[in-house]
Design a protein around this ligand. Structure first.
Ligand code: 5GP
Length: 136
């Protein structure tokens, strides 16, 4: 896998505001936060994204996300938290080392969620069938 800026942060070759670390994961402030305290949680193991991460690494990373979310709620009085992963460029991934965004949210921050669309008649059944077949 290519060396990314996040591997360099993990190795302390590039500075970052590290807020939490354990044996398997690191959490540091996003350089361009959506709200102050926006944190990225990464596994120390170099994996690209949701498609190649092994279950154990993903579980350990999610447990750190849980801890970081609680810390942001407490330290920054967040009213809510968004947890978000971009996987591959069309989904917005810019750094190809798995990272989970943990974003403090406030009643008054003004951000809107994506607009949902509506299924046409019979469409949801076809889509769900396709997805179920991927598990078979
Ligand atoms: P993505 O779009 O890949 O999900 O998000 C990458 C995130 O990494 C962006 O929110 C961006 O602001 C953040 N980022 C990119 N380069 C650096 C960096 O060098 N240091 C830190 N702390 N964050 C970075």
């Amino acid at each position: 896998m290519e060396d990314t800026i996040f591997s360099k942060i993990i190795r302390r070759e590039v500075p970052a505001q590290i807020v939490y670390e354990d044996e398997h994961t690191l959490a540091f402030l996003d350089a361009h936060p959506i709200n102050p305290g926006h944190t990225l949680v990464v596994p120390k193991k170099a994996v690209r994204n949701i498609f190649d991460v092994d279950p154990e690494t993903f579980s350990l990373t999610l447990e750190s996300v849980r801890k970081v979310a609680k810390a942001l709620q407490e330290a920054l009085s967040a009213d809510g938290i968004n947890i978000h992963i971009n996987n591959e460029a069309p989904a917005g991934q810019a750094v190809f080392h798995l990272h989970i965004h943990v974003i403090p949210r406030y009643v008054s921050d003004g951000f809107k969620h994506w607009q949902g669309r509506t299924y046409s008649s019979g469409e949801s059944e076809k889509i769900a069938d396709k997805i179920r077949q991927a598990f078979a």
